[in-house]
Design a binder for this molecule. Structure first.
Ligand code: C2E
Ligand code: CA
Ligand code: CA
Ligand code: CA
Length: 279
C-alpha cells in the first residue's frame, strides 16, 4: 500500500507539473497575444423578443492562436485572471467594442447598446472608472450605449465597495447588467441595493425550460421580479423556438442565443444587420 501511495503521489506530482507548465506557457503566449494582434472581438446580437430587432450586442473575446487556431475564452480567461493579464485584455476588448458600437451608430443604428464583460480584477482596479471614461472619450461613444456585464460573485465579494463602484459607474452614465443571474448566491436584499438596469438569466435555466417544469417556473419568477424592479430581463442561450415561445409568452423583453446568431466577427454582424436577419 505504501508503494502504491508513492506511485500515486509521483503520478499526481507529474500531472501537477504538467499543468503548471501548460499554464505558464499559456501566460507567456498570452503576453505575446496582447502585444501582437492575436486577440479578436466577436459580437453576438441581443434581440428584442417583440420586434425581432437587434437591440445591441455582447462583445466576446477570441484568441487567434498561431498554432492552435481560434481559441474560446474558457481556454485562457482563467490564466488571464490568475496572472492579472485580464486587465490588459479587458482594455483591448473595451476599446474595440466601443469603437465598433460608435461605427454602427454612425451607420444609423442609433440606439444600439454594446455589452462588455467585466471580471473581478478589472472591477476592483482603482483606475477602472477612469480608464472607462478615457475609452468613451477616445471612441466618441455615448456612455449610455455601453453596458457592463458583472456576475453576482464579483458583486458579492465586497458588497459595500461594490455599491460604491456601481454608483460611480451610474454617474458616468453606463448601463449595468448582472450576468449569469441565478447561478451565484446573491441574496435578494442586496440585489435591490445594486443600481442594476438589466438581469441576464443564465443559459442553464433557459435551456431546460422545456425539459424541467421547475426551471420554467424559475425563469418566469426572474422575469417577474426584474420587471417589478424596473429592470430589463435578457434570456441567455436561447437555442430553440420552444424556448423563444415560452419567453415571449412570459413577457421576457430580450433574448440572446444561437437561435438568433452565434457570436461573429464585426463584418459578419454588419452583414446580418443588412440582411435584416436580426434587425
Ligand atoms: P458569458 O458572458 O456568459 O457569455 C455567454 C457565452 O455563451 C459565450 O461563450 C457565448 O458564445 C455562449 N453562447 C451564446 N449563445 C449560446 C447558446 O445559444 N447556446 C450555448 N450553449 N452557448 C451560447 P464564450 O464566448 O465562449 O465566452 C465564455 C465566457 O468567457 C463568457 O461567458 C464570459 O464569462 C467570458 N468572456 C468572454 N469574453 C470576455 C471578455 O472580453 N472579458 C471577460 N472578462 N470575460 C469574457
Ligand atoms: Ca456575459
Ligand atoms: Ca452569461
Ligand atoms: Ca457564463
Amino acid at each position: 500500500a505504501k508503494k502504491m501511495g508513492k506511485n500515486n503521489y509521483q503520478f499526481f506530482n507529474r500531472a501537477m507539473n504538467e499543468l503548471a507548465v501548460e499554464r505558464h506557457t499559456t501566460e507567456v503566449e498570452l503576453r505575446r497575444a496582447i502585444n501582437g494582434n492575436e486577440l479578436l472581438v466577436y459580437y453576438q446580437p441581443k434581440v428584442d423578443l417583440v420586434s425581432g430587432m437587434a437591440t445591441g450586442a455582447e462583445a466576446l473575446v477570441r484568441w487567434n492562436h498561431p498554432d492552435k487556431g481560434m481559441m474560446l475564452p474558457d481556454a485562457f480567461i482563467p490564466v488571464a485572471e490568475d496572472s492579472g493579464l485580464i486587465v490588459a485584455i479587458g482594455k483591448i476588448v473595451l476599446r474595440q467594442a466601443c469603437g465598433q458600437a460608435k461605427a454602427w451608430h454612425d451607420q444609423g443604428l442609433h440606439s444600439f447598446t454594446m455589452a462588455v464583460n467585466v471580471s473581478a480584477l478589472e472591477f476592483r482596479d482603482r483606475h477602472f472608472v477612469e480608464s472607462l471614461r478615457n475609452v468613451l472619450d477616445e471612441t466618441g461613444l455615448d456612455a449610455r450605449f455601453l453596458q457592463l456585464e458583472l456576475t453576482e460573485s464579483v458583486l458579492m465579494r465586497n458588497v459595500d465597495s461594490s455599491i460604491a463602484v456601481l454608483r460611480e459607474l451610474k454617474q458616468l452614465g453606463v448601463q449595468l447588467a448582472i450576468d449569469d443571474f441565478g447561478t451565484g448566491y446573491s441574496s435578494l436584499s442586496y440585489l435591490n441595493q445594486f443600481p442594476i438596469d438589466v438581469l441576464k438569466i443564465d443559459q442553464s435555466f433557459v435551456q431546460s425550460i422545456s425539459s424541467s417544469v421547475g426551471n420554467g417556473v424559475i425563469v418566469n419568477a426572474v422575469i417577474g421580479m426584474g420587471t417589478c424592479l424596473g429592470q430589463r430581463v435578457v434570456a441567455e442561450g436561447v437555442e430553440t423556438s420552444a424556448q423563444l415561445s415560452f419567453l415571449h409568452t412570459h413577457h421576457c423583453t430580450e433574448g440572446q442565443g444561437y437561435l438568433f446568431s452565434a457570436p461573429v466577427p464585426a463584418d459578419d454582424f454588419t452583414r446580418l444587420l443588412g440582411q435584416g436577419v436580426i434587425g
